[in-house]
Design a protein around this ligand. Structure first.
Ligand SMILES: CCCCCCCC(=O)SCCNC(=O)CCNC(=O)[C@H](O)C(C)(C)COP(=O)(O)OP(=O)(O)OC[C@H]1O[C@@H](n2cnc3c(N)ncnc32)[C@H](O)[C@@H]1OP(=O)(O)O
Length: 187
């Protein structure tokens, strides 16, 4: 099947929108685990999403240097957020390839620019570059990924029902707050 240019969903958040946490317990973006990556993302122009991740002592592999697996995790999160928010289609990572081009020290921040590259049926291609310490800093890590669109049953069949309910409740609450209806439940 031919790869087609990605079609951004008409209701995708607009450029400049800060993307919140998609799940509190997510290791990539959630705030429930102190050692998590606490990645923050924002929609950019032209099918891009900008994310930032500051490396702490909890993310070390060699002394004073980020663990490559956790850097890959940051790219999985940044690319997943790009696919999920721009296409508004549930998808999971099928393949993730990373090039580690420079060491990333503890205390440094990776500025990840991720983009949609194309789709082919259920397959969604995306890639990203991680710039060291500035949005235009040297590229320390690059990644390419294949996401595969899935039905919601992927999560209900394989995931944790209690955690899914917590997520659905949080999303419903956020929707009520956005629509100014929160007083109905919590006056
Ligand atoms: C906002 C949210 C941010 C979240 C960020 C984090 C995202 C994640 O980390 S998700 C978690 C990690 N990923 C997973 O757990 C996925 C586990 N894998 C699976 O569930 C399945 O293998 C799944 C769904 C990817 C594919 O299975 P299935 O639905 O049966 O589809 P399948 O027919 O095998 O594959 C579909 C197509 O993708 C291709 N494909 C699937 N995996 C790969 C792969 N690794 N390499 C190359 N191609 C692949 C297949 O060849 C097929 O291509 P075609 O349509 O041309 O024949």
């Amino acid at each position: 099947m031919d790869v087609e240019p990605p079609a951004v969903h008409p209701k995708a958040p607009t450029p400049g929108t800060e993307l919140g946490i998609h799940f509190d317990e997510c290791f990539g973006c959630g705030d429930e685990f102190e050692a998590g990556l606490h990645l923050r993302s924002r929609i950019g122009e032209a099918q891009t999403v900008y994310s930032e991740f500051t490396v702490t002592a909890a993310h070390q592999g060699a002394p004073g240097l980020a663990h490559g697996g956790l850097l890959a995790c940051a790219f999985d999160e940044a690319l997943g957020s790009t696919v999920g928010n721009l296409l508004r289609r549930p998808a999971v990572t099928g393949k993730l390839e990373t090039d580690f081009r420079r060491p990333v020290p503890v205390g440094s921040t990776l500025y990840i620019e991720a983009r949609l590259d194309g789709t082919a049926g259920r397959k969604i291609y995306a890639s990203a570059d991680g710039h060291l310490d500035a949005p235009d800093g040297p590229i320390a890590v690059s990644a390419r990924a294949l996401f595969v669109a899935v039905g919601f049953e992927h999560f209900t069949t394989h995931g944790d029902p209690a955690a899914l309910k917590k997520l659905a409740d949080a999303q419903e609450k956020a929707k009520r707050v956005r629509e100014g209806r929160d007083w109905e439940i919590n006056p």
